[in-house]
Design a protein around this ligand. Structure first.
Ligand code: FAD
Length: 396
């Protein structure tokens, strides 16, 4: 019969085939990836590969032959015909008994930037390899966007000895993810690292070796790194009947099923409803690419009704700090600080009524671990105790 087919050989796709075997699926299994490389992990790209770290070390330590998984690389999916239960790929049609979409996300591109030799993005191993010489030659760099990728790239580039200017259209770093009370102290991180951070100014035009700002100023650079967000890689599903949301996300249900029978979606390409937090979540972080596949593997191996409602988690390493976040907060949630935000270690908690819904910690790993458990349990908290950084985070 036809195999279970997984499209996209990133973290989520690889986890899907591993989890299927772990849960006892012993039928044929095919993993399709459009990149030419053996499947690899992305977080080390911005943290070590840029600085000359071993690019082979980023490969997932998975023996696909031993797992009985056929891996087809350089074989992108181009279309899906659910009524025939077939995918169209670069090398012809492929039939499936069940299909898991794991195509991840791709960087948002700025108009006019495509193809300029000095303009870069940072999503793939090839991107990181292209950026290697920029750092090795200590070129002056302009980074467009002060998000997670911009901050991690600026960290690596300054460590390599580059002069770095970060330009951000919003009035602060990480504006899409965190409120001003939380990002306020992060300005100093840039300053202390010697990075010039210019906020509240958009980019009008990108040229080879220069960025023209909305106010007319022109910054010249040996390289430009564009880090203005990522969007699910789902354009190839147009017309297939798989429901896609406004953000380009595959609209999965609480079991990560798509709108098409026997087609599931995991990782950066898919959003899912969260009863825990209320609303639909689109999570672009590594842990989600690990956990979602376990739920799908459970469904595909007979665990009917497996529900995916995680406490999302991620980490970032920037300017010598270890930043971690668990949960999901909304603007209306109450923000409670733990510790001095100008110091080396502090946390922020978000409460909804008397329950913890999210925690961000900078160098306070224990707050993160305890907070994550409290978010999962939904146990009530006393706000005054949450604010006391000297007592552990625990329920009333
Ligand atoms: P991806 O890793 O994007 O993999 C999807 C794969 O599918 C890609 O190889 C893509 O080429 C392929 N594909 C796309 N379309 C097709 C198609 N039509 N046919 C076949 N294949 C296709 N998260 C954290 O939590 N902490 C971190 O510190 C962190 N650091 C990061 C640093 C960098 C530089 C980057 C880029 C990401 C980082 N992330 C981090 C995010 C994390 O890596 C992603 O959330 C994770 O990779 C998502 O896995 P995925 O498999 O869903 O998508």
């Amino acid at each position: 019969g036809h195999p279970v087919v997984v499209v996209g050989a990133g973290a989520a796709g690889v986890q899907t085939v591993v989890a299927l075997r772990e849960k006892g699926y012993d039928g044929p299994l095919l993993l399709l990836g459009d990149e030419p490389h053996r499947p690899y992990d992305r977080p080390p790209l911005s943290k070590s590969v840029l600085l000359g770290g071993d690019a082979d070390a980023v490969r997932f330590d998975v023996d696909f032959d031993a797992l009985g998984v056929e891996v087809r690389l350089g074989c992108g999916a181009r279309g899906l015909r659910p009524e025939a239960r077939e995918l169209d790929t670069a090398r012809g049609p492929v039939g499936y008994r069940a299909l898991v979409l794991a195509t991840g996300a791709e960087p948002v591109r700025l108009p006019g930037a495509a193809g300029l030799p000095s303009v870069h993005e940072l999503r793939t191993l090839d991107d990181a390899r292209r950026l290697g010489p920029v750092l090795a030659e200590r070129r002056e760099v302009v980074v467009v966007g002060a998000g997670w990728i911009g901050a991690e790239f600026a960290t690596a580039a300054t460590a390599a000895g580059c002069r770095v200017t970060v330009v951000e259209a919003a009035d602060r770093p990480l504006a899409g993810a965190l409120p001003a009370e939380v990002t306020g102290p992060m300005r100093a991180w840039y300053r202390e690292a010697g990075v010039e951070l210019r906020t509240g100014v958009g980019v009008r035009r990108i040229e080879d070796g220069a960025v023209e700002l909305a106010d007319g100023e022109r910054l010249t650079a040996g390289a430009v790194l564009v880090g203005v967000g990522a969007r699910p890689a789902t354009a190839w599903l147009a017309g297939s009947g798989v429901a896609i949301g406004a953000r380009g996300d595959v609209l999965a249900d609480e079991g990560l099923r798509t709108s098409v029978p026997d087609v599931y979606a995991v990782g950066d390409c898919a959003s899912f409803p969260s009863a825990r937090f209320g609303g639909r979540l689109l999570v672009h972080h590594w842990d989600n690419a690990l956990q979602g596949p376990r739920a799908v593997a459970a469904s595909l191996t007979g665990g009917a009704g497996a529900v995916y409602d995680p406490v999302p988690y991620f980490w970032s390493e920037q300017f010598g700090r270890f930043v971690q976040y668990a949960g999901h907060h909304a603007d209306a949630d109450t923000l409670v600080r733990r510790g001095d935000p100008d110091g080396d270690a502090w946390s922020v908690c978000w409460l909804r009524e008397e329950r913890l819904v999210a925690v961000l910690s900078v160098g306070r790993a224990r707050d993160l671990a305890q907070g994550k458990r409290l978010i999962a349990s939904g146990a009530p908290l006393v706000r005054e105790r949450v604010a006391d950084a000297d007592v552990p985070l625990k329920s009333a």
